[in-house]
Write a protein that binds this ligand. Structure first.
Ligand SMILES: [Zn+2]
Length: 199
């Protein structure tokens, strides 16, 4: 898997140079038997990969590079950066901690609140992860993989009426008008040109 690691290192340099951030604590966990993993964790059978804010882990099948690389960029660089460096993302991580300490009725009530909160931020959470796939796949010279993922995102449902591609498109439209840093800051990051390239 040397090649995959090379791509990930290159992508994180791209991120640091432009935004001054990258995932620091999030980590990748590869699974030999993906079907068993999603069944044991009650995930959708259609899940190709997943990020768990509670312990900042990105879970992926141990598969060929062309399949895994976009998923790494989505889960680790996209959701990982969001959960570590974004205001709304940090709240997801905090809420998981609170949730684990609650019991009974209180726990149920809190779960309901968290779920409502997540539904509210989901277009940004997922739209940003798809945005990140494009940004980094292009950044490491694998636009070919992005074109496949772009088509695929149109078939990935975000809710009853929208796809992942719809969420991504809203961010892209905003970016086209206001620029990349303004996009990041508007969805809850704190980045600017001066912060990039400091490391
Ligand atoms: Zn996602």
């Amino acid at each position: 898997m040397t090649m995959l690691d090379d791509y990930i290192k290159k992508a994180e340099r791209v991120l640091e140079n432009k935004f001054g951030i990258k995932p620091e604590r999030s980590r990748l966990v590869y699974h030999e038997d993906w079907t068993s993993f999603i069944k044991e964790n009650g995930l959708s059978l259609y899940s190709e990969s997943v990020f768990l804010p509670k312990d900042l882990t990105a879970h992926l099948p141990n598969d060929r590079l062309e399949k895994v690389l976009p998923l790494v960029f989505h889960e680790l660089e996209g959701h990982g950066s969001y959960c570590e460096h974004n205001l709304q993302g940090k709240k997801l991580v905090e809420d998981e901690k609170i949730f684990s300490q609650l019991k009974g009725e209180e726990k149920l009530k809190f779960a309901y609140e968290c779920s409502a909160y997540f539904q509210k931020i989901k277009p940004y959470f997922e739209g940003f992860a798809v945005w990140m796939e494009e940004f980094l796949l292009k950044g490491v010279g694998r636009e070919d993989l992005w074109l496949e993922r772009r088509e695929k995102s149109k078939r990935m449902p975000l809710d009853a009426h929208h796809s992942y591609f719809d969420a991504y498109s809203i961010l892209k439209e905003f970016e086209k008008e206001k620029g990349t840093y303004e996009l990041w800051n508007t969805i809850g990051f704190h980045v600017n040109k001066a912060l990039g390239g400091t490391k």
